[in-house]
Design a protein around this ligand. Structure first.
Ligand code: NDP
Length: 328
């Protein structure tokens, strides 16, 4: 028997999450059983710990969209007992039981080997949020982003995706402007490498003019909604925005003018179904380009019992940086 955070749904459709003792027989069928060491808290986890947001199919459910740990048993030749592994995406923690458990059973295709140079704790300090931030930076680079050509904007900067994006971009030599609604995070963001703090209010109003002055040479956007629409009109000629998140809304009240008159690119970033080769490339880049002292500064430690409260906090936009959950 071992501990897991189990979400149950009552007859009225109300969900509740609690730490419970479960057994290996309760785990879903799949090739690889992993002794989980660390998991984390992403925005989606907040939804799945709570009412589900339409992501969870069946109850009882064990959330946790990512984890890192050690293989215990494997019927797939790619993994053997003792191997250190990381999992993000593939709808684990949503459609399939996830990482808020001392053991998880998953498909071998969904795993990647723990990247060289990272511990399981560091891998989960990065987690889905940081992995996605790296995918966003890689997409911007693939579309021509280079240091020394102006400021790169990061929205939702004090959140998980934003914090890692700020640290990576700064370490790569970019000038980073960080948008935050929490002025008290200014020192934190500057320590991660932000050179300018942009108050959220400055970008909160909906688009009045489709083009504003050309300001940003790239953008990692975790917010979406009206803010993304404003940012599109402020991009420099030919620059790109990597659209990662919807913390500020799923709508896009924009015009197509920035695309037509400034050749601005809007790049979609998905971490969930990302092909294996690109996953390896992103984790290698993380191990190389994300300074580990900056990562350490983002960490808030937690246990399984803290998750119901942390899930609610991330939905309210109140979590700073990255939560690392020690499931043991
Ligand atoms: P966090 O809650 O850690 O960060 C989101 C940040 O956005 C907050 O910290 C806050 O930053 C800002 N924010 C929150 N609400 C608003 C609002 N109403 N208006 C403007 N800004 C707001 O979440 P994550 O970093 O884990 O995820 C960010 C987004 O990215 C989520 O929407 C998530 O679903 C998405 N995501 C997408 C992935 C993909 O594969 N495409 C993978 C991972 C995440 P501040 O206080 O600094 O303003």
């Amino acid at each position: 028997m071992f501990n897991a955070l189990v979400v149950e749904k009552d007859e009225d459709g109300k969900t509740s999450a609690s730490v419970q003792r479960i057994s290996e027989a309760d785990l879903p069928e799949a090739e690889v059983t992993v002794a989980v060491e660390y998991s984390t808290v992403n925005y989606k986890d907040g939804l799945c710990i709570g009412p589900g947001g339409g992501l969870v199919r069946n109850y009882p459910h064990v959330p946790g969209i990512d984890f890192a740990g050690t293989v215990e048993t494997s019927s797939d030749a790619r993994y053997k007992p003792g191997d250190k592994v990381v999992l993000t995406g593939w709808r684990v923690g949503e459609a399939h039981w996830g990482g808020y458990s001392q053991k998880a059973r998953v498909r071998a295709d969904w795993l990647v080997p723990l990247p060289q140079g990272l511990s399981t704790r560091q891998a989960m300090a990065v987690g889905t949020a940081g992995f996605t931030a790296m995918l966003a930076v890689m997409a911007l680079e693939d579309h021509g982003l280079k240091p020394g050509h102006g400021e790169v904007l990061v929205t939702g900067a004090a959140g998980g995706v934003g914090s890692v994006a700020v640290a990576i971009l700064a370490a790569l030599g970019h000038d980073v402007a960080a948008v935050t609604g929490r002025p008290e995070t200014e020192a934190y963001l500057r320590d991660l490498g932000a050179t300018r703090i942009v108050p959220r209010e400055e970008l909160a109003e909906t688009v009045k003019r489709p083009l504003e002055s050309e300001t940003w040479t790239g953008c990692v956007d975790a917010v979406g909604g009206a803010m993304l629409a404003r940012v599109l009109g402020q991009m420099k000629y030919g620059a790109s925005v990597a659209a990662v998140g919807l913390a500020g809304g799923a709508g896009l009240p924009a015009t197509v003018v920035p695309f037509l008159l400034r050749g601005v690119n809007l790049l979609g970033i998905d971490s969930v179904m990302q092909p294996y080769a690109n996953r390896l490339r992103a984790w290698e880049r993380i191990a190389r380009d994300l300074p580990m002292d900056k990562l350490e500064a983002m960490i808030q430690p937690a246990t399984l019992a803290d998750l119901p409260e942390l899930g609610a906090e991330i939905l309210r936009g109140q979590v700073r940086g990255r939560v690392v959950v020690d499931v043991n």
